[in-house]
Design a protein around this ligand. Structure first.
Ligand SMILES: [Zn+2]
Length: 92
């Protein structure tokens, strides 16, 4: 079902900011990756969140090597932070 959420203007750098309602409704997080489709006939743009390539579930980083953690992925930096926290916990 399509419904209009808001009306927005492209800024001078051709960027568009998604309304908060969209983020909340689709549970989007910072740095979510989108697939962008163009429907030439309808003159429409379709944005589909790519949860398969969403990056690190903790920080959203998509540029680093990702490690599987259950069904999710985390980046090396977050893995190191978790490891550091675990070491601190073990020494208490
Ligand atoms: Zn991370």
């Amino acid at each position: 079902m399509q419904r209009q959420i808001a009306k927005r203007k492209l800024d001078e750098l051709n960027r568009l900011v998604l309304p908060k309602e969209v983020n909340a409704s689709l549970n989007l997080k910072e740095k979510t990756v989108f697939n962008i489709y163009l429907d030439d006939d309808a003159g429409s743009i379709i944005l589909i969140p790519d949860h398969e390539n969403a990056g690190c579930i903790l920080c959203g980083d998509t540029g680093s090597e990702l490690l599987e953690l259950g069904k999710q992925e985390i980046c090396i930096n977050c893995a190191k932070k978790i490891n550091h926290l675990m070491e601190q916990t073990a020494t208490k």
